[in-house]
Design a binder for this molecule. Sequence first.
Ligand SMILES: [Zn+2]
Length: 348
Amino acid sequence: MHTFTIDRSKDRPDPRVLLHRSYYVNDLPRLMPLCRLFGHKPVVDGYDSQYGRSEERRKRWVACDRCGVRPEPQGDLNPDEWPLGTPYTGPHNGRLLPRQAARQLAKRGITPAYPKNPGPWPTNPTGGLAAELVIGRSHSIGADVKVGNPSSENVLAAHIGLGPAGALYLSSERFGTWIQRRLNNEGYESRQTGFSIHHGRIWWNLWAHRDEHRADDPKWMRGTVHIDPRHHLLGPAKNYKVSETEKVPVTVYMPEGDTHDVLVHLEQWETRRTRGRARTYWTAQWDCKKGIPVRNHDWKGDETYSCAWGIEGVTPDNPRWPYILAAKAAEQCTRDRARYGYRAPEAA
Ligand SMILES: [Zn+2]
């Protein structure tokens, strides 16, 4: 068993987040008290698919119906002889070649046949548990529970989000297989049940496919209702763009000394409910074709190309508005550079 934690707040420092950390326990022995008392309960597991190469479309192997542990090797049974879900009554005499021998054969271009029969049960099956805790601002309000599918890495997962107070995520690796096998042991779709609140609505899932919306999904599976009373009293809110300025070229001067040509413009928007007063506001936007670098090198990309934001007190009436936006763009990119620890090319 080994444990470790990762401090997630380093990725994105936020003064409103007091703690954001992940905790992991790996190689945790699985208890499986019934299986230890009575032995495992071998059944035929596998799948029938319409896709893939013909010899890959139907597969059968052996797993314990209670704890989900598979023998080593798991076997490769004849689908015509072994229907899915039936008890496995055959021998456990399959053996994998020792790794060294397999490597020697592979050097000569020989791939030994994968054992047809399953092998012995593993003596010390293990699993893992993980948790992620946020104290302070989190980005979710809601709760849900996930039940994985037979090929899920995480068998069970749950989450509760309390908005500005924090959030907690839990997940298990191999623990909880008994529940998963009872509830969701066919196909490749995890199931999710829970609710979330955002954009003035409550959204729910009831045993819904987690990653896929299908046309034939029953209506009860997902839904949403407005919970903002203004929606019911005054009607839905709609946003319209009323006007916008020309795009004006300006130069952004970064404190590191680099300069960037950007286009800035202002947009006037109006938000209004069917039976309510209109509210107008201005938003600002800058665009830079070549991008302004904010990271040195990162898989997420290291340039910022554009940004739009709400802005107060800057309207086209102020003749210097393009310069104010250029300064804002420099400020925003400077903050990003600080966050990502950017070093100017000369200094790198
Ligand atoms: Zn078992």
